[in-house]
Ligand binder design. Structure first.
Ligand code: 5RP
Length: 221
């Protein structure tokens, strides 16, 4: 069992009968979904909302019943990966491009559990490029606004020779902050910018972090 699988499988143990579950996105969330799916096959009764088309397909493969947001007011639990986790449980997320749906699901869950291999634990956020989801309309101006404000490198995310398009039809600019001293302040500033839909800083959202180690051990913070 590798570190990601250890963390994903451990977090899946928190899921109980009757819960509405938010399913994250990425290679660590993959294992949580897999384990939840195996438990569903053994009789666990839950309903779920997925944070990406990829996770929706994975859930369907494991016969995890998916519902629409109109069918529930809140989720009991959400389990998702992260690109960086700091000692205050502030996160950078969105490496897989699903940050907006992930944040919506996380903030509307009673408990948000982050699953991370030990390599994701950092003293300060910012080495991982911060994904910022921006609207396609006049995106060059939004990019320019960001560059003028922060004087760092912002690169439009690309895929297959074109601009990367999120499940929500938006673009992503990856920001090389290097070191983020005040994540809450930056989170607020970015959110206030016209053209920015949301960004991958998750501050004061996670309640639990499950850290996975290469030897299969886990630690719950
Ligand atoms: C996707 C995410 C992922 O949770 C994050 O990128 C971590 O991915 P992985 O578990 O593959 O390392 O935020 O948008």
């Amino acid at each position: 069992m590798n570190a990601k699988q250890a963390a994903g499988y451990r977090a899946a143990e928190w899921v109980e009968d009757g819960m509405i579950v938010g399913l994250g996105t990425g290679s660590t969330a993959y294992y949580a979904i897999e384990k939840i799916g195996l438990r569903v096959a053994e009789g666990l009764k839950i309903k779920a909302i997925a944070t990406s088309k990829a996770s929706e397909e994975l859930a369907a493969k494991y016969d995890i019943p998916l519902i629409k947001s109109s069918e529930v007011k809140r989720l009991d639990i959400a389990i998702d990966g992260a690109d960086e986790v700091d000692p205050d449980m502030a996160l950078i997320k969105g490496g897989g491009g699903a940050l907006l749906r992930e944040k919506l699901v996380a903030i509307n869950s009673d408990r948000f559990i982050v699953i991370a291999d030990i390599g994701k634990m950092v003293a300060r956020l910012g080495q991982f490029k911060l994904p910022i989801e921006i609207v396609p309309f006049c995106y060059e101006w939004t990019l320019e606004q960001l560059r003028n404000r922060y004087d760092i490198d912002f690169a439009m995310r690309m895929r297959d020779g074109g601009l990367y398009v999120t499940d929500n039809g938006n673009y992503i600019a990856d920001a090389a902050f290097g070191s983020i001293e005040f994540p809450a302040q930056l989170s607020h500033e970015l959110k206030m910018m016209t053209g920015v839909v949301d960004h991958g800083l998750f501050v004061d959202i996670a309640q639990t972090v499950v850290v996975g180690y290469d030897d299969g051990r886990t630690e719950v913070i």
